[in-house]
Design a binder for this molecule. Structure first.
Ligand code: PGA
Length: 232
């Protein structure tokens, strides 16, 4: 079971350092090798012990004239070799197209990065039924090398992100089973994963891990979520 934390635009450099320290303490007695966290860009740093640090985003270039972005050079400074690509907030709020996302994927694949590739549908698509749902999800793999060995897929229904209401066990099972048939890759679920629903989610056979936003922000709470997930 893989546990991944997405801080989004939360935490500072100082609070991320303190978080890593604390999370390592809490993880000490747990049977887990590694937890991956994605802090904001200003908090990128070398992870240590059981906490690995990845980038929520970066521009597909070594360096150059991309105002407001960071590139490979800035990630290399901290030994970062994991990246989140395709998160719905970047697709929707930042307007990243599938074409650009695929370009980013290719660039970081060439660099040998571990890629957590996110897909997910809005509520209106989910309400259209199964066929529309899978058509929408599969379109998000356009231009993506799904055979890449360091690829992990994260299914995050947009209507479950940050809403406090996770997708149901039936919904998650339906999509994860469908994705597993197509892609032989580790598969995370994300969208309002919390301490009180991690057990039922972790028990689903086609769930290999979770991508956690709000419920990861406090190190103690996140460690409790990890503990329950491991025991499930
Ligand atoms: P959430 O976010 O856990 O706050 O719903 C998950 C995500 O967007 O990765």
């Amino acid at each position: 079971m893989k546990f991944v934390a997405n801080f989004k635009t939360n935490h500072t450099r100082a609070s991320t350092e303190a978080y890593i320290e604390k999370l390592n303490e809490y993880l000490e007695e747990l049977a887990i090798d590694e937890v991956l966290i994605f802090p904001p860009a200003t908090a990128l740093q070398d992870g240590y012990k059981k906490v690995k640090v990845g980038a929520q985003n970066a521009y597909p270039a070594l360096n150059g004239a991309y105002t407001g972005e960071i590139g490979l050079e800035q990630l290399n400074e901290f030994g970062i070799n994991s990246i989140l690509i395709g998160h719905s907030e970047r697709r929707q709020i930042l307007g990243e197209s599938q074409e650009f996302i695929a370009k980013k994927f290719d660039f970081f694949k060439e660099q040998g990065f571990e890629i957590i590739y996110c897909i997910g549908e809005p509520l209106e698509v989910r309400q259209e039924g199964e066929e529309a749902l899978f058509e929408y999800l599969f379109a998000q793999f356009e231009g993506i090398d799904v055979c890449y060995e360091k690829l992990t897929i994260a299914y995050e229904p947009i209507w479950a992100i940050g809403t406090g209401v996770s997708a149901s066990v039936e919904d998650i099972t339906l999509v994860h089973d469908g994705l597993k048939k197509e892609f032989n890759k580790p598969l995370l679920y994300g969208g309002s994963v919390k301490v009180n629903n991690i057990e039922e989610i972790a028990k689903i056979e086609s769930v290999d891990g979770v991508l956690v936003g709000s419920a990861s922000l406090n190190a103690k709470d996140f460690s409790e979520l990890i503990k329950r997930g491991l025991l499930a």
